[in-house]
Design a protein around this ligand. Structure first.
Ligand code: NG6
Ligand code: CA
Length: 500
């Protein structure tokens, strides 16, 4: 009798141990998503005008990718693809206004949904810009659907961008510090009587803007859109990095006994680029460089906290950006004049909004000391694939019909292979396709809005096809489409297959 009892006990303990082990193996996952940071804006990738010691340390002890891409050259489409595993064009994902409805379908599994199923606690802290609610938002009530409905247990949000109203934080989908006697109204289409306008009261401004950013002034900065009320809830731009880092480390503190997934989505280095005094003049590039230093500090806060909790070894950190760099995006902060020899996009041509490589080729570092050897990888990778790759990592099946464009490239992400994507899609008001060294750009003949066409950096839209050999010509200077008609034809065909 005793013998059998012991055997049963043994099996029980063995089984328990086994689950413990497999539980223990799963790392925490932290995606640090920087806004508008270019390939060349970090020290390890050649930054000249600013130092990024915390990011560089991640690269030194992790894997630095040279050919990893965001899904698109703007924010909303990239985020949409990262969290859903679907290409943005499938849902016409484009830059959203601050009161736009939620773009992600709550009925379809998302990346955080999938991680929840794998036993993770999930949180998003920072910029959202994926829409909220169903069309008409009452900012004075809980705003839903939102992060909770698409897989995040906890959320602390900048609802859209720093340059769009409402300029308030939402914690778990309720405006933080709102006084009910001073309700918030937000409008984009029609003017409302509320905060003074940049167009009318330039003397109130800390920084001047283009005509598109001359709406409501809050904290001395005019934004896109109109806003009224919510005075006690308004954020102070100069404090955003501290608030977000605190909320992110609070989340880690709260979930440190569990497996967690944190999507830490920084406001920096998006405009308005208003650095805290702690970082003013910490670069030689003025505001844009100073907020890069500020961003680097935020990264340090996360790694410091993980280290303190003994979690750094077994946390998989992915550091990357949502789209390429931009100097002139609405606020006159002298980013062009103060650039010096710094190259925001590295050797790559283009910028945010651009179909050239710098539009989507992102600074990308994976840091997981327990399992990933430090080094450099040239694998061709896209953020769309993080969904399927992380699903593989945590042993989770993807729901049928979800993440249809996401491919598992876990081995490449973990540095075990240099074999990434065969074909890689780039979205930027037109489409680019990568195949090894080749880059094909689909012609675009529709009229391009002036605010993009007149950017300092050429966005690369042409009426004729473009083909570049990136091995010989990484800066996309020589269109060789006439010399290689068969490659053009093949890539055109492959692209239209994807777009169908
Ligand atoms: C554009 C804004 C730009 C910026 C961008 C969003 C104009 C003329 N320009 O529409 O200032 O806010 O949207 O940036 O309105 S992103 O990084 O979130 O995609
Ligand atoms: Ca962005």
């Amino acid at each position: 009798m005793n013998f059998y009892k012991n055997i049963v006990l043994l099996f029980f303990l063995f089984g328990l141990n086994f689950t413990f082990l497999s539980q223990e193996k799963k790392p925490n996952i932290v995606i640090i998503y920087v806004d508008d940071l270019g390939y060349g804006d970090i020290g390890v990738n050649g930054a000249i005008g600013v130092k990024t010691p915390n990011v560089d340390l991640l690269a030194k002890n992790g894997l630095n990718f040279t050919d990893a891409h965001s899904a698109a050259a703007t924010c909303t489409p990239s985020r949409y693809s990262l969290l859903t595993g679907n290409y943005a064009f499938r849902n016409n994902a484009a830059i959203l206004e601050g009161d736009a409805p939620l773009l992600i379908n709550p009925d379809k599994e998302t990346l955080p949904d999938m991680l929840q199923k794998a036993g993770y606690r999930t949180g998003v802290v920072g910029k959202w810009h994926l829409g909220l609610g169903n069309g008409k938002i009452d900012w004075n009530k809980r705003v839903s659907p939102g992060p909770k409905e698409v897989g995040f247990d906890y959320s602390f949000l900048i609802p859209a961008t720093g340059d769009r109203v409402p300029t308030v934080f939402l914690e778990n989908q309720e405006v933080l510090n709102l006084d009910s006697s001073d309700p918030i109204t937000v409008s984009y289409a029609t003017k409302i009587d509320g905060y003074p306008l940049g167009s009318k009261k330039p003397e109130l401004l800390k920084v001047h803007t283009d005509p598109y950013h001359q709406g409501a002034i809050t904290n001395g900065i005019s934004r896109i859109g109109y806003m009224k009320g919510g005075k006690s809830a308004l954020w102070v731009d100069e404090k955003i990095p501290f608030v977000l880092s605190q909320k992110a480390t609070d989340f880690i503190e709260k979930e440190k006994e569990n497996k967690f997934f944190l999507f830490f989505s920084l406001h920096d280095i998006h405009q308005p680029r208003i650095a805290n005094i702690k970082f003013v003049e910490s670069s030689t590039m003025g505001a844009r460089g100073d907020v890069i230093a500020q961003m680097d500090w935020c990264v340090g806060e996360i790694t410091k906290k993980l280290k303190k909790e003994n979690l750094l070894e077994n946390t998989l950190i992915i550091f990357t950006s949502d789209n390429g760099p931009i100097l002139d995006d609405g606020y006159l902060d002298y980013a062009i004049e103060l650039l010096g020899n710094h190259k925001p996009g590295g050797v790559f041509r283009g910028a945010k909004y651009s179909i050239y490589e710098a539009g989507t080729r992102m600074p990308t570092i994976l840091h997981w000391p327990k399992s990933v050897k430090p080094g450099v990888s040239n694998a061709l990778l896209t953020q769309v694939d993080l969904y399927a790759s992380l699903a593989k990592l945590v042993n989770q099946k993807i729901q049928k019909g979800a993440a249809i464009d996401s491919e598992n490239h876990l081995n490449a992400w973990l540095g075990k292979s240099e074999k990434g994507r065969k074909f890689l899609l780039e979205e930027a008001y037109t489409f680019g396709l990568r195949m090894g060294k080749w880059k094909y750009i689909k012609p675009k003949d529709a009229k391009i809005p002036n605010w993009i066409a007149n950017k300092f950096v050429d966005p690369g839209f042409r009426k004729e096809p473009q083909l570049f050999n990136l091995e010989k010509d990484p800066s996309e200077k020589n269109n060789v489409s006439n010399n290689f008609p068969e490659i053009v034809k093949m890539m055109e065909k492959e692209l239209s297959k994807t777009l169908k």
